[in-house]
Design a protein around this ligand. Structure first.
Ligand SMILES: C[S@@+](CC[C@H](N)C(=O)[O-])C[C@H]1O[C@@H](n2cnc3c(N)ncnc32)[C@H](O)[C@@H]1O
Length: 273
């Protein structure tokens, strides 16, 4: 069912790109209500809309029929957050968001794979941690940029997804008392993601009770503008092998940075070998 929703979301995005004639810097869509293509709990959908409505990134929204799906389109601008995020000394990746619906589908899959906590590493506006909380998972959001963490704190009134303003590489993960966490790494391998993921992997290796219990979700790219990784996995193959992980599933989902590309963002789910 999760793969079907992911496929339907990709089709929805393609149709949206075909019919959208607005000029906003970023935009995304969320189905207005439950349907055969999007059999999502109505209350979950309500919370996804509330996250977008209260999020200062978005300055406009309107209802639009996209294909057969009645949706709300959210239009926004991330310029000032993007600029602030690249000014952080130890930043490994600039801010650009995945789609809220993509975060939801990714969290659904993490839950199905048995994870009970999601740690959103390089969390931007905290959307992946937020959607995990909708699914009754525990979640934590680690973001280096203070302006983005201030934004996240505006949204914790809906659901508290525990934002921390910290460099994810030096963060004290032992303090969270994790038991079965999935770490979503917010950065392409070729754009600083390897360094971010390597730092977090090293910290987690020192927590003995997590040995063999962690999941890793890497945002990949199929774009030809990056040199391919010798071990593939959308840029993550070498890191996966070097850290004795194995890829267990991959799911393609829309993100802000692939809006006008034909390939979506492959999210690679990996676990201990
Ligand atoms: C591509 S964005 C991803 C945002 C979010 N995870 C999403 O998918 O919508 C990467 C984010 O990582 C943050 N970041 C970069 N280096 C970091 C670090 N060392 N520690 C914590 N956050 C970091 C950036 O400020 C930015 O907001």
């Amino acid at each position: 069912m999760i793969e079907e929703i992911a496929k339907n979301l990709v089709e929805l995005k393609k149709e949206f790109v075909r019919v959208y004639d607005g000029k906003s810097q970023i935009q995304e869509v969320i189905p207005k209500s439950k349907s055969d293509l999007f059999p999502i709990d109505e209350y979950h959908l309500e919370l996804l809309h509330e996250f977008a409505t209260k999020n200062p990134i978005y300055y406009n929204s309107f209802e639009k029929q996209i294909g057969t799906v009645n949706c709300i389109v959210y239009e926004g601008d991330i310029n000032k957050y993007w600029l602030n995020s690249i000014q952080q000394g130890s930043s490994k990746a600039p801010f650009s968001p995945t789609w809220i619906m993509s975060g939801y589908v990714g969290a659904l899959l993490a839950k199905e794979l048995g994870y009970t906590e999601i740690i959103d590493i390089g969390s931007g506006d905290g959307r992946i941690a937020f959607v995990a909380k909708i699914l009754d998972m525990e979640s934590y959001s680690i973001e280096i940029d203070d302006m983005l963490v201030d934004l996240q704190n505006l949204l914790t009134g809906i659901l508290d997804f525990h934002p921390y303003c910290s460099d994810a590489v030096t963060f004290d993960y032992a303090s969270l008392n994790l038991t079965r966490p999935a770490f979503f790494i917010g950065g392409l391998a070729q754009m600083g993601g390897i360094s971010l993921a390597s730092g977090v992997l090293k910290s987690i290796k020192s927590i003995s009770n997590l040995d063999g219990k962690t999941g890793w979700v890497f945002a990949g790219t199929l774009s030809k503008k990056y040199a391919p990784d010798a071990k593939n996995e959308a840029g993550w193959g070498t890191l996966i092998e070097d850290n004795n992980l194995k890829s267990v599933q991959s799911i393609s989902l829309p993100t802000a940075w692939t809006l006008h590309e034909s390939d979506e963002t492959p999210y690679i789910f990996a676990e201990s070998n």
